[in-house]
Design a binder for this molecule. Structure first.
Ligand code: GLN
Length: 562
């Protein structure tokens, strides 16, 4: 019987590495390949391995690392998992992302428990063994996965990447070379004086890979705004020993949702299936192509001001940016959004500007997630401007908390109302720590994380958007609406339109406020959520609150002119 299972579970593995430079686009390349394989009826699993020492990116500053993506089961992960989610149906869980830190953490824990029976614990075989275990664990509970795509972060040649590359080299031997495909994504610099894309760095990168014992089967050549010429394809093929059809021309393409179609034109998926010895099967990309066609022919346009703190890092709000695009597709309009640093609206900052002077031309305003006090007064000013001028307002996580503070201060006259995150001595702690967060000392992995149920109140903006009585959305925060003030706020016109019911340890029931909005006679569209709706938005399934916000922005534009 066990033989039968091993026969049935012949999982194929694709390993994606990067060369020449970082940020070369491995994540989107992996996600695009995932989509193409799914379109041919294969079930895929996806994983990202990051070489840094942080156990997860949850403790990293967004300026440093960009967005922290959250899965349903509450993993704080690399933003590449966001790409995987937007392009594929792969199930993303805690097993889908690991790091050097996480690997060492478990090896060292095992060593302390005496699990290595007195042996010297070493990078090879113990660290590499743990890496391989994690790659196997990705599909261990999913009987039907056909192909696992494993992306190795970093760049070949980095010190930190070595154990991972060694582990996948060993892995290939263990599962059999016929079950593995190695894809190397590189950058080809364009040299103006020679008017040429240069292949040499790619050759060097492949040589470095070979030194480790890995021969790539496919090379994805990232070429910026240029395109590979046939001679360059020949050159890469010759020097890197990859058949011509395994050299993929990958210029920058915008929007990114077109990238899989470029890959498909070059039969990238067929080449990979051939390497893995899998049947090509019929491809059906109809839905995706329809979506892309729609995206390319949007008629209207709305302008959204997105206000936040980490505006200087292009990827700090990645999933929000993408969710805007998805909601645009749903509303047949292009969403032009601009991230604006909240400091600009903070009267205590030098660069202070009146919100009206900057924000008056937008059709909707969003205040995004955030931590810490910098620019908070600016955010409060922005919400005030949106509320008083009846401009559609959408708040996410900190953006909801700020909306509550603004309402308390400026509508209810609760001077000095605040979140205890910023002002622990506030006379009105309208946002305060979640019960279970009190006493939490360790920073990493201890927020309220992952998907929670949210019951939607009928007749509200949220109900109209979701059209479902109960939804599940993902969280990442420590603070929440302080229920002590709930009645007061509701009597003044704030509606609690989504709550999470839960039982406390003492058996008492508690409701956590998940969505707030303003009565429509106070404001036409003012809605904010404690959770992060952006983490579930995909181009084929735009997120309902984002869609409703963009619809409201369109309506605002209609009534107020362009
Ligand atoms: N800083 C706030 C909290 O921890 C909001 C977090 C967020 O926006 N993700 O509750």
């Amino acid at each position: 019987m066990s033989e039968d299972i091993s026969q049935k579970r012949k999982i194929k593995y694709i390993f994606v590495t990067g060369g020449v430079v970082s940020s070369v686009g491995k994540g989107i390349a992996s996600a695009s390949l995932g989509l193409l394989l799914e379109s041919r009826g294969y079930k895929i699993a996806m994983m990202k391995i990051d070489p840094y020492i942080n156990v997860d990116p949850g403790t990293m500053n967004p300026f440093e690392h960009g967005e922290v993506f959250v899965t349903d089961d509450g993993a704080e992960t690399d933003l590449d998992l966001g790409h995987y989610q937007r392009f594929t149906n792969a199930k993303l869980t805690k097993k889908s992302n690991t790091t050097t830190g996480a690997i060492y953490y478990s090896v060292i824990r095992k060593e302390r428990e005496g699990a290595y029976s007195g042996k010297t614990v070493q990078v090879i075989p113990h660290i590499t063994g743990e890496i391989k275990n994690r790659i196997r664990a990705l599909t261990a509970e999913d009987e039907d996965v056909d192909i696992a795509i494993v992306e190795i972060g970093g760049t070949v040649g980095d010190i930190e990447s070595l154990p991972f590359l060694e582990a996948i080299r060993q892995f290939r031997m263990e599962v059999g070379p016929e079950n593995c495909c190695f894809i190397h994504v590189t950058h080809l610099p364009y040299i103006e004086a020679a008017n040429e894309l240069k292949t040499k760095p790619t050759q060097h990168s492949v040589r470095a890979l070979r030194d480790i014992g890995i021969q790539p089967n496919v090379i994805i050549c990232r070429t910026g705004d240029k395109s590979l010429e046939p001679e360059q394809i020949d050159k890469v093929a010759l020097f890197c020993e990859v058949p011509r059809k395994g050299i993929i021309n990958a210029p920058d393409i915008s929007p990114v949702y077109l990238i899989p179609l470029n890959f498909k034109e070059q039969n990238f998926d067929l080449t990979v299936l051939e390497i893995l010895g899998l049947d090509p099967r019929e491809s059906d990309l109809t839905q995706w192509i329809n979506m892309v066609n729609k995206l390319n022919s949007l008629e209207e346009e709305v302008r959204i001001a997105a206000v936040g703190k980490y505006t200087k890092h292009g990827d700090a709000y990645k999933s929000i940016n993408e969710a805007f695009i998805h909601a645009g597709i749903a509303n047949n309009c292009k969403v032009s959004f601009e991230w604006i640093d909240s400091k600009r609206f903070d009267p205590t900052c030098e660069e202070y500007e009146n919100p009206e002077d900057v924000l008056a031309g937008y059709h909707g305003i969003l205040v995004g997630p955030g931590f810490g006090g910098r620019g908070v007064e600016g955010k409060i000013n922005v919400v005030r401007f949106a509320r008083e001028n009846k401009i559609p307002y959408f708040g996410i996580c900190f953006g909801m908390q700020i909306a509550v503070i603004e309402f308390a201060r400026n509508f209810l006259g609760m001077k000095g109302a605040h979140t205890t995150e910023i002002d622990p001595a506030t006379p009105y702690p309208v946002i305060s720590l979640l019960t279970e967060q009190k006493g939490v000392q360790q920073i990493g992995g201890t927020m309220r994380l992952g998907a929670y149920s949210c019951e939607i109140k009928p007749g509200t903006i949220a109900a109209e958007a979701y059209k479902e009585p109960v939804v599940y959305e993902r969280h990442r925060h420590r603070y929440e609406f302080n229920n002590k003030y709930r009645r007061m706020f509701e009597e003044a016109g704030m509606i609690v339109s989504g709550v999470h019911h839960r039982k406390l340890l003492d058996g008492e029931e508690e409701e956590l406020v998940e969505i707030i909005e303003l009565k429509r006679d106070l404001h036409p569209w003012f809605c904010a959520s404690q959770f992060h709706p952006e983490f579930k938005s995909t181009p084929l399934k735009p997120q309902p609150l984002f869609c409703a916000f963009i619809r409201a922005a369109l309506e605002y534009k209609k009534n107020h002119g362009p």
